[in-house]
Design a protein around this ligand. Sequence first.
Ligand code: PEP
Ligand code: MG
Length: 877
Amino acid sequence: MKYVYLFGCNKTEGDASLKNLLGGKGANLAEMASMDIPVPPGFTISTDVCDIYNSNDKNYPEEVKSQVEMALAAVEEAVGAKFGDEQNPLVVSVRSGARVSMPGMMDTVLNLGLNDTTVCGLAKQTGDERFAYWSYQRLIEMYGDVVLGIDRPILEEVFSSRKKEKGVTLDIELTTEDLKEIIDGLKAKIREVASSEFPQDLKQQFWQAISAVFESWNTPRAVAYRNINKIPHDWGTAVNVQTMVFGNMGNDSGTGVIFSRNPATGEKGLFGEFLINAQGEDIVAGIRTPRDIEELAQVLPQCYQELNDFSRKLEEHFKDMQDTEFTIQKSKLWILQTRTGKRTAQAEIKIAVDMTREKLIEKTQALRRIDPAQIEQVLHTTIDPNADKELIAKGLAASPGTASGKIVFEPDEVVELAKENGDFILVRDETSADDIRGIDAARGILTTRGGVTSHAAVVARGMGRCAIVGCKDIIINFEKEELTADNRIFTKGDIITLDGSTGEVFAGKVPTITPQVSDELKELIAWEDSTKNLQVLANADSAADAKLARSFGAEGIGLCRTEHMFFEVSRVDHFRRAILAEGKEEKETALAELLPLQKADFTGILREMEGLPVIIRLLDPPLHEFLPPHYDKQQLRSLAKRLSMPFRRLEEKVLQLREFNPMLGHRGCRLGITSPELYEMQVRAIMEATYELIAQGIDAHPYIMLPLIAHVEELKLLKELVIDTCEKVRKEEQTTEVIPPLGIMIEVPRAALIAGELAKLVDFFSFGTNDLTQTTFGISRDDGRSFIPAYIEKGIFTSDPFASLDKTGVAELIKIAFERGREANPQLKVGVCGEHGGDPDSIEVFHQLGLDSISCSPYRVPVARLAASQAALEIQA
Ligand code: PEP
Ligand code: MG
């Protein structure tokens, strides 16, 4: 069995197609070596070994040991140095590298191969004793942390106390003698804390470092990152052993990170940062603030030119934007890693569309490449330019969008507070991999240090969190839990607003505005039309929502919930009057007052959606939702006064309407059965609005939908009501226009089972998957939150069935209803309008079932359209 793969030596054994086996980093190093891009020679130990090692009591198969020995010999030959050689020692790095990048989550050990003897060899070889000891002390510090598990601050304290003793502020001011003392101090600290010695035996050092990196696959932070990003735990990491190149060998050396296009905007051109006389971790850790890559053209022009060329070459080869790490050692450029660059959603769309225009990729590739979940981020809010705002600081714009919330300084505290709801901004000097849960729970991230490729920036962009980094205008006092900005003090809990697109920080909550759809997104939306089969509709209850949905590519309204219109302050009392009316006459009078208001609602929506279908659902929720609770005497009294109704009568009526289980009670079409006047008024409003619009030359297309149908007799009665009312209005208006199609929601298992009978009476079905999930599982939509997380944790559910469709139970009912319905009525149109209509995983199922449409909230329309295209492309592939 082959476990070890060489790259950049006398031969290269892997390539980019072996990502699963070699990890992203290892596979791409091999690919680059084959492309004649200068990578330091090394080898990759495969991800298979991670699994074997971690599940075999931390033992390696014998073949691994011998293959590693042989690979090390090949590296020695390629470099012309020997591991452990006293005169010319080989120094290597040991790094993790999983199938997908998990920034900063796993461990790395640099400068392996140094001990008290070889450090002298390195000093002689490089002619730089100070550099050699500097490298050695870094190794001991990393080794103590990664291999021996000593907290990094304990080890760093040895370094900083020496600086304090010497009265110096910069690391560079320490002499070789100081570094030697620090090395002794570190060794003593390791002895004291871990009761072990820093190993002088280099083979021991080497293997322990490799094992520690394999073990870091299972650290709590790595496990948490995988859980958040849904990365399988059995993938494992590979380990890359690679010749060290040093960016800290003087002013002709340096290190940096470049992107082939701007990861925030998608703009074409080199983007990135570098530091002179530094090692790679200095950039990633965000401790020193790096310089713009364009400045490298002045400092080391030859290297800048090569970097530009390699970046282009890599992008053309991998056909995607590349994030590339490099080191310059004494004016020689080395590429250490390249991978597909993480980017904002805006950049993702722009890059995919631009690369199609540049003929680098096909349209179908562009559509496949974009993550539907990321699309939502393009619809980020921006700060309202006309709003009053107080700018208190400015940092680097690291991840776009806006966020307002209370200041919190500790990541764990954000996690706790967020459980109780509310918006929080995590404010730190810098973030580390351990802060991942806090970043996830916060609305926005603000750091005082680091550049746009620092940990906080990379992680926030990946998660779509708004972030500002390197904000030097802010000083944090962690002890007092306060920050100073613009000569003002803000304490924990004070509200600030971040603009992640400009890097500006404002005091208080600043109003934001809804985003515009970019040209690239419009182009992408047009491409989707020719690939997807599902029609994507929107759930919208007002003309404004309908307009927004249309601008996002909605092909109609799949669900207009009419009850939302009644909740408006100006009309809720009219509606209450209708509910509380005694006798037909009183009720009709109250409803007559509502009729023009409803008509105006429908006119607005139908006008916005001219030429497209608008499915209007008749009233659905239990009536008592519109009334104050029976125990709230004060509210009841004030309502009684407003309605000029005796208090006792109101109280009695409210008590009558009270239900123990309203979700299974007097709601949905049951309201139409018991209060036909209500539905009649709604149908009349729809028809009057439609005929009025048609008379004005506007192409209005209403559809009428009945909620919560469970019995064919319910449907028969209500169908008669709808048709009679339509005919009545048609006669009054003296028109020959057709009456709207009629449909029902399938929301209870009984309706799904008798779908054949129901389908004969209607034109369309729409699955209300929120209620269908509720009634199939017998889990309340409103109360499941207390135990669903535990069900997910224990592996009973893979995800919340109210967010992502249950593929075995609820999907089976949909299939049954769809098949029986279509068999009875081959013209039947079938769609979905529950929350699942905007969830990519569920959309895949709806596509596979062969449904006609999905409907979701306006902001999810672009997500749903893309997911529908991808589902179609998946089947074609
Ligand atoms: C549903 O139940 O899925 C649905 C769309 O209706 P509502 O959410 O309004 O009950
Ligand atoms: Mg419903």
